[in-house]
Every structure is written in structure tokens, then in C-alpha cells.
Design a protein around this ligand. Structure first.
Ligand SMILES: Cc1cc2nc3c(=O)[nH]c(=O)nc-3n(C[C@H](O)[C@H](O)[C@H](O)COP(=O)(O)OP(=O)(O)OC[C@H]3O[C@@H](n4cnc5c(N)ncnc54)[C@H](O)[C@@H]3O)c2cc1C
Length: 469
């Protein structure tokens, strides 16, 4: 081919990029393009933290492409319309891209295929965002798995693709119109949080640190809120700043060098990567999870809507130190530790009885790694309504969770400075009824034991009512 487009989406890297590699190998000239979304100001699922991370990553990608001899073209608007226009303007013969695992991305891809067929350009889609796509891991009767453990066993048995070579050279024809690299100004939004550094270089450093040291202890420390025991790679996987093939390959190589206990710790990490793909295939096969419970038994549950309580939860003003620390960490950094995500999600659903969909949307607006499959999976897991979820009657107690996973209260004290001078033991026990733990800090907004009972009854009543129907 003389000329092709590569449409960048959730694959903002030059290392091991399947579709980009194929585009470069099959055409003399490649036009790399990113289509900036059109939304203005407010969006139920998006916010400044993720957009900032995206902008930083795009700026670096544009630089790296220039160093390789090409030019990243930015267009803004409807992706299919902009790509079709660009194909026409540049007389390109094909559009390459890596498939998006979520239903919104897929809709756009299907539309692009239709327009390509009508206008006479080729559309080539590649697998890239995961090791195994939706229909690769099925039960013996060709059904999708609904439970994690058998899914993960089947997943682990399949052969894995190897990384492809980094794109170090590409030629882009001159004279193509481009918008400038987007900034938050593009959407007229402003940043309140201090988000993790974007771009492929920073992501690769995080991956290298994981492989060099974090992996060997991961399983032992991953749940500790007060330690930096996790990889912090979720936003990098979300935006494709690192490839899952390379990450998995490097983990596997490293595991072979580790003694048994450390190998088990590292295997726990690989298990988390499998959860990511488990939720991706759940969303693919059951897109209705975005609207309602995965588990049909719990559809139509009467969750509460309580704006005042919801606002206190968002602001980290619940009077439960570990919940408040986590919610403030989220607001200030666009990140929250996995254990804290479970604690806060259970608190919203099981202690405040607020609809998990409200928490899901808030997390999507705040999280730099916000990704609809994992986020929906995590929320439904916590609410007890999801695929292989925590059973509804297993309700975490925020007080014992913090004693267990933040024993010295270092995490609490980092994010809730009002509590800095108190001994840790005081922060893991409910204060006497109605009283705050410290002056200037709110009293707990509910009593956990009472609300736990309420939740058990809510689930039992719902199941009783549906059984009678
Ligand atoms: C309520 C809730 C909401 C969540 N929302 C998201 C989200 O929007 N985006 C997101 O990437 N993860 C989400 N998770 C999963 C998990 O909390 C984050 O992936 C993790 O905290 C990211 O930090 P890390 O990269 O240091 O994770 P590590 O512990 O180092 O894990 C390694 C990688 O495995 C994947 N992973 C880890 N845990 C899970 C999990 N439970 N489900 C799916 N993938 C996982 C991530 O890609 C992560 O980067 C959510 C979990 C819960 C309980």
C-alpha cells in the first residue's frame, strides 16, 4: 500500500502496538491520527483527571512520533466522520486500529466498517487491549464464563501472543491539517487533583519497577493501604501506554527466577490481570450490566437516592476515618487503592443503601484509570449483584477493615489530617454513640451494625418478593 491511517485510541504507545506495527509494515506512508472527543464541560462518565492524563500521554506520543520521522494528526469531532474525511483528503487506502473492549467503542468500529465499505477503503481491526478477547475463553459448551476461577484456569491454559517490535520509523505525508495537541482548555475544564504522570516513558518506568522489585512481594502486601505495594499500572493499561503482552511476558520471565513464596506473590499479580480480562468479557457478553445487576435475582432492587448522604461520601465527611481517607485520596489524586475501593463501595451500597450506579458514575468521573468494564465489575462485586460477586450477606465492617489493612493508621492520617495526632487504636473503633472521634471531625453518619441489618433485610425482602412473582 502507498498510504494508510493508524487510528490511535486506547493504545497510545510505539512499543508493541499491534495495529500500528501492521500499518507501518504494510504501507510506505502512515498517517497516525487521534480524534479528540467533542463533549463540553460535563460528562456523567468523564472528568478532568482522566482527560489530563490523556493530554499528557498524547503530547508525549506526538513527540515520539516526530522523533520517528512522522507526525501525529489531531482532528476533533465524530470519529467516523473525521476518519472518513481524512481518508478522502489523503487518498489513504486503509484505516488500521486496535479494537476497543467496550460497547461504545465497538459501536463506532462497526460504523467505521460500514462507512469504509460504502466509500471503498479498507478497515483493519487488531486484537491488542487484552491477551484473550471475548470469545477466546469459553466453557465446554461454548458459553461465556460467569464465575472467575474456572475462567482464569481456562485463560491460563491458552497460548499467549508475543510482543511485536517497537515502531521506530514512520513516514507521514506533509501538508495535512491538524488541530493542536489537546489540553484541558479544549474541553473548557480545570484540574483540581494531582494526577500521576502520563506518557509512555513514565508508564514503562512503572512497569520496570514492578518487575524489578514489586512483583516478588505483591501478594503479601497488595491489600495494605499504608504501603506502596501495588503496581500503579491501571491507567497505563487503560490508555495502552504499556502493552498487556509485554507486561505479562515480563512478569512470567521474572517469575521463573523467583523462589516459591515470591513466585506465589507474583502469581497473585497475574491473577489481577486476569480479573481485568474477566470483566472485559462480562461486559462484552452481558452489556446490560451497565444498566442493571448482572445477577438477575437482584434486578429491580430498591436502592436509596439520598443526595445529602451521597455528597458526604464524595467529600470524605462520613465520620468513618478509612472511608474518608479513601474518598479524599480519590478527590486529590484521581486514584484509590483497590482495598479502599471495596471499602468505600460497600459503605455506599451496604451502609448508606445508595444505588451502586451512582457510585460507579462518580468513580468514572474521578478515576484516572476509570475503565467501564473493571469499574462496573468492581461496583457490582461490592454491591453483591455482580459476576462472582461478594455474597450480599458478606458485608465488610469499615472499622475492622482499617485495623487490618492500615494497622498504624498511616493511610488515614495521610489523607485526614484532622486525625493525625490520635493514636491508631482510636481510629479503628466506633466512638460512643453520636460523638465524633476528634474535634473538628464529623461524628459517624450511621451505625454500621444497624445498617448492616437493614441491608440483609433489603436483600432478603427483595429475594422473597421475586420468589413470589
Ligand atoms: C469499586 C471498584 C471500582 C474499580 N474501578 C476500576 C477502574 O475503573 N479501572 C481499573 O482499572 N480498575 C478498577 N478497579 C480495580 C482495581 O481497584 C484497580 O485496577 C487497582 O486498584 C489499580 O491499582 P494498581 O494498578 O496499583 O493495581 P494492581 O494491584 O497492581 O493490579 C494490577 C492490575 O490488574 C488489574 N486489576 C487489579 N485489580 C483488578 C480488579 N479487581 N478488577 C479488574 N482489574 C484489576 C489492573 O489493570 C491493575 O493495574 C475497581 C475496583 C473496585 C472494587
Amino acid at each position: 500500500m502507498k498510504r494508510t491511517l493508524h487510528w490511535f485510541r486506547r493504545d497510545l504507545r510505539l512499543h508493541d502496538n499491534t495495529a500500528l506495527r501492521q500499518a507501518v509494515d504494510s504501507a510506505e506512508e502512515v498517517i497516525p491520527v487521534y480524534v479528540i472527543s467533542e463533549w463540553k464541560g460535563e460528562h456523567r462518565w468523564t472528568g478532568p483527571n482522566r482527560q489530563e492524563f490523556l493530554c499528557q500521554s498524547l503530547a508525549e506520543l506526538a513527540e515520539r512520533i516526530e522523533q520517528a520521522g512522522g507526525r501525529l494528526i489531531f482532528r476533533q469531532g465524530n470519529a467516523v466522520r473525521e476518519l472518513a474525511l481524512l481518508v478522502k483528503e489523503t487518498k489513504a487506502e486503509a484505516v488500521y486500529f486496535n479494537r476497543d473492549p467496550d460497547p461504545f467503542g465497538r459501536e463506532v468500529e462497526e460504523e467505521l466498517v460500514r462507512v469504509g465499505a460504502a466509500q471503498g477503503f479498507e478497515v483493519r481491526a487488531c486484537k491488542d487491549a487484552c491477551l484473550h478477547e471475548r470469545d477466546e475463553v469459553l466453557t465446554g459448551s461454548s458459553e461465556p464464563y460467569r464465575v472467575f476461577t474456572p475462567y482464569s484456569r481456562a485463560w491460563a491454559k491458552l497460548p499467549k501472543d508475543k510482543p511485536v517490535a517497537r515502531v521506530s520509523k514512520l513516514r507521514t505525508p506533509g501538508g495535512i491539517r491538524s488541530e493542536s495537541v489537546p489540553t484541558l482548555e479544549t474541553w473548557r475544564i480545570a484540574l483540581d487533583a494531582q494526577v500521576i504522570a502520563g506518557g509512555e516513558d513514565a508508564a514503562r518506568k512503572r512497569m520496570a519497577a514492578l518487575v524489578a522489585s514489586g512483583l516478588a512481594s505483591y501478594g503479601a502486601v497488595r491489600d495494605r493501604l499504608d504501603l506502596s505495594g501495588t503496581s500503579r499500572l491501571s491507567q497505563d493499561l487503560r490508555y495502552g501506554l504499556i502493552s498487556i503482552r509485554e507486561l505479562f511476558g515480563r512478569c512470567r520471565e521474572k517469575m521463573e527466577t523467583l523462589p516459591a513464596t515470591q513466585r506465589d506473590n507474583a502469581a497473585k499479580y497475574v491473577g489481577e490481570l486476569i480479573w481485568r480480562e474477566f470483566y472485559q468479557q462480562i461486559l462484552w457478553h452481558y452489556p446490560e450490566v451497565l444498566e442493571d445487576s448482572f445477577n438477575p435475582k437482584f434486578r429491580g432492587m430498591r436502592w436509596k437516592s439520598d443526595p445529602a448522604a451521597f455528597d458526604r461520601w464524595c467529600a470524605g465527611e462520613t465520620g468513618f476515618p478509612v472511608v474518608d481517607a479513601a474518598m479524599r485520596q480519590l478527590a486529590q489524586t484521581g486514584f484509590m487503592h483497590n482495598r479502599a475501593r471495596m471499602i468505600t463501595a460497600m459503605f455506599l451500597t451496604k451502609d448508606l443503601h445508595i444505588d451502586w450506579r451512582e457510585g460507579e458514575a462518580y468513580f468514572m468521573r474521578q478515576l484516572t484509570d476509570g475503565e467501564i468494564a473493571s469499574n462496573n465489575g468492581g461496583w457490582q462485586w461490592s454491591a453483591g449483584t455482580g459476576a462472582d460477586a461478594a455474597p450480599y450477606f458478606r458485608i465488610q465492617n469499615p472499622w475492622t477493615q482499617s485495623a487490618r489493612f492500615d494497622p498504624d493508621a498511616a493511610y488515614i492520617k495521610q489523607w485526614v489530617p484532622e486525625l493525625r495526632d490520635l493514636p491508631a487504636e482510636k481510629l479503628h473503633v466506633a466512638p460512643a454513640s453520636g460523638l465524633p472521634i476528634a474535634l473538628g471531625y464529623p461524628a459517624p453518619m450511621i451505625d454500621h451494625a444497624t445498617e448492616r441489618e437493614w441491608t440483609l433485610q433489603m436483600f432478603a425482602k427483595h429475594q422473597g418478593a421475586t420468589a413470589l412473582r
